[in-house]
Design a protein around this ligand. Sequence first.
Ligand code: ZN
Length: 207
Amino acid sequence: MKFIDVSVPLNSALAVYPGNTPFQVEALKRIADGGSSNVSALHLSAHTGTHVDAPRHFFDNADGVDALPLELLIGRARVLEVVTSKAIGPDDLKGVEAEDVRVLLKTRNSRLWGSPTFHEDYVGLTAEGAHYLVNHGVKVVGIDYLSIEEFRAPGAPAHRILLGAGTIIIEGLNLRDVEPGRYELYCLPLRVVGADGAPARVVLRQS
Ligand SMILES: [Zn+2]
C-alpha cells in the first residue's frame, strides 16, 4: 500500500493567488529566546495552498466547508491527465466514466509548483467543461493550481456551475508525480465553521 501526498508544502515560498494573504509562520514563543516552548501563529487565507472550496465561496448562506460530507471527500477518485495548454473543455473530459464521482485533473500546472511567483497562464476549466462534469455526475473536482477558474474569467462560471450543483472543488493539488488512473482519495479540509474554504491535507492511496 502506497500513499502519495498531493498537498503542497506550506512555506513562505508558496505562490498565492493575487490578493490572498501570503503564507507566514510568526513566532509567538521561542525556546531559543527564553520561552517555555515553541509556539507559532499561522498567517494564511482560506484558499492557501492545497484547499477545498465550499459553496459559500460564491453563494452567501450556502454550506460552509465544515458542512461538506466526508463521504464525498473520501473515496475512489480518477486522476485524469489533460494535455491542453489552454483551458479544459468537454473534449478534454471524454475520459470521464460513469463511475468517476471524483475526478482530479492533472495538467501542465503541476510543473508550476516550486515557483514562488503566481503564474497567470495556468490551465483552468471552462464553463462548458464545468457543465460537462456536473452532467456526468462528478461530485468532486480537483485541479493542480490555485484556482479551477481560467484566470479572471468574468463571473467565475466554473466555480458557480460546480458549487451551485453541489460539486466540491479541490484546488492547489500537486499531481506531478501521480500517474493517471484510479486511487483512493483522502481529502480532509480543516473544520472551520462557516468558512468559504479551508486548507486540506490530500493524499492518494494506490489500491
Ligand atoms: Zn476556487
